[in-house]
Design a protein around this ligand. Structure first.
Ligand code: ATP
Length: 308
């Protein structure tokens, strides 16, 4: 018995470690790109939150020295507000989220959260405070329930269900063969892109971090589901006064943000509310008109299809 219990205990702790690292993986989008050189000072203190305001001061960054992505970028993200970052593909929107998570460090300037340079605080405390729904969410070869609970290992079944309901995925799960006990992933049931996104959002809502980042988090959903889900997310963000950042291509998903930041060539090209940006007749306003035309066309096509 003794001989057996040791390796089993050992295995148990490895398993717990693994579970823990999977939990971190949830937010650690682009894991493979994470720079191991990211360190904290020996006397680092935990991040102290005071509302959750974010500031980028003259931030410069590039993945390669010959190709700068952000150039002296200045950003102010007020505590408890909903922010959107839009701009052409490849302009560095996701990079901003990666820098906040300290997957990489800035090469110039600094990033402050509630007045603290994020390089000075304990990395674990920083990453604990952030929840991300990345562009492509990893699902683990485990049950739906466990996949959701990576967001909060202690969560009761009721809590899990409540999060799934708000993420508009509970009814879908009810139709799976074993409901919340259904195995998913490579060795389980195949899950569609839209279902995966909803599971990722449920996982984030369960984790309930002070900062919520959504990187094209609803891109695989149909307009109707997307709007309903975004409505739920918005009410949670408001109710809890959370600071959130949405990276999005479809402007219809973010037009109600407190501040919209238009990124171009590594700097902020424009920023303001939807109304202000549309009135000012710049890049955003052009993009909005173009997307609206497209949207109206699509809606018309759909209603004609229905008539046929
Ligand atoms: P999209 O809207 O297409 O998602 P984005 O604005 O979010 O784009 P980022 O993902 O931030 O863009 O990437 C900015 C630029 O940096 C892109 O040109 C991208 O190809 C490049 N890039 C991203 N990650 C790396 C990396 N690990 N190594 C080298 N270049 C990278």
């Amino acid at each position: 018995v003794f001989q057996l219990s040791v390796p089993l205990n050992f295995l148990g702790s490895v398993y717990r470690e693994l579970r823990q690292s999977l939990l971190d993986m949830e937010t650690l989008f682009n894991l493979q790109k994470v720079n191991v050189a990211i360190k904290e000072p020996e006397n680092a203190k935990p991040l102290m939150l005071a509302g959750g305001g974010i500031k980028f001061e003259n931030v410069s960054f590039g993945y390669r020295p010959d190709r700068p992505i952000l150039r002296n970028l200045n950003l102010e993200i007020p505590a408890g507000k909903k922010i959107a970052i839009v701009g052409p593909s490849g302009c560095g929107k996701s990079t901003i989220l990666r820098l906040l998570f300290r997957s990489y460090d800035v090469q110039g300037g600094r990033i402050l959260i509630d007045g603290q340079d994020i390089r000075d605080v304990q990395i674990e405390s920083l990453r604990k405070a952030i929840g991300v729904v990345p562009q492509d969410t990893p699902l683990f070869n485990d049950t739906i329930e466990h996949n959701l609970k990576y967001g909060d290992l202690e969560a009761s079944p009721e809590k899990v269900e409540a999060a799934a309901k708000r993420a508009k995925v509970h009814d879908i799960i009810q139709k799976f063969p074993d409901k919340y006990a259904t195995m998913v992933g490579e060795r389980g049931m195949m899950i569609s892109g839209g279902e995966k996104q909803r599971l990722a959002i449920a996982r984030l809502l369960l984790k309930d971090p002070p900062f919520l980042f959504f990187d094209e988090a609803t891109s695989a959903l149909d307009t109707h589901t997307e709007q309903a889900l975004l409505g739920n997310i918005n009410s949670i963000l408001k109710e809890k006064a959370r600071t959130s950042i949405f990276v999005a291509h479809r402007l219809r998903t973010i037009y109600d943000s407190d501040v919209i930041i238009v990124l171009k060539d590594g700097v902020v090209a424009e920023q303001g509310t939807h109304e202000r940006l549309v009135d000012s007749g710049g890049v955003y306003s052009e993009l909005w008109s173009a997307q609206e035309m497209l949207f109206i066309d699509e809606e018309q096509e759909k209603s004609e299809e229905k008539k046929r």
